[in-house]
Design a protein around this ligand. Sequence first.
Ligand code: PA5
Ligand code: NI
Length: 185
Amino acid sequence: MKIKNPKLWHKMPGGIIEGENVLYSRKYLKDVENLYKSKEISNEGKNTLMYEVYSYSEGDETQYGNLFWGLTILHPVYIEKECNMTKGHFHENRNCVEYYFGLEGEGLLLLMDEMGQMSAEKVLPGSLHYIAGNFAHRLVNIGEIPLKIGACWPTTAGHDYRAVEEMPFPYRIYKNNGKIELVER
Ligand code: PA5
Ligand code: NI
């Protein structure tokens, strides 16, 4: 029997996933501008790359028990001092939990229950975060380098963005003169 080389690489510390059939998507500011308080975003600014997501799974994605591995890279971008964030979502299937794993950079993981109560956890290289199935989750880069996190979640979880649009996270995250401020909406 021949020992095989790994077919996937989560390149460390550079942190990208390489391999066949790795899915890749990215969000520009024009895709997520509604998340930010500022309404003064220039046309040029709208082309700023905000975050990138790699994901991978094998086999039937509808198969209960199957998993995605993912990597999110949030760039160090500030929109009038407001920190770069993911859209944030609940899982369509509220029973599906997720792990986030800090690889590089410095961030916050915002968690919000279905009543709109929010908490925040620091994300650092090596930090491991358990996200219960009924919590919306959003990543925020509060540092000066790209924030990279690994993630693992069931392929049957689904992304429910609408519930977060209807009930947004109650705090905005700013960095003001190097200090992180949580500002109630
Ligand atoms: O599954 C996850 O929670 C992550 O892979 C996110 O989808 C990723 O971080 C991007 O965030 P969002 O889907 O909220 O834009
Ligand atoms: Ni998720």
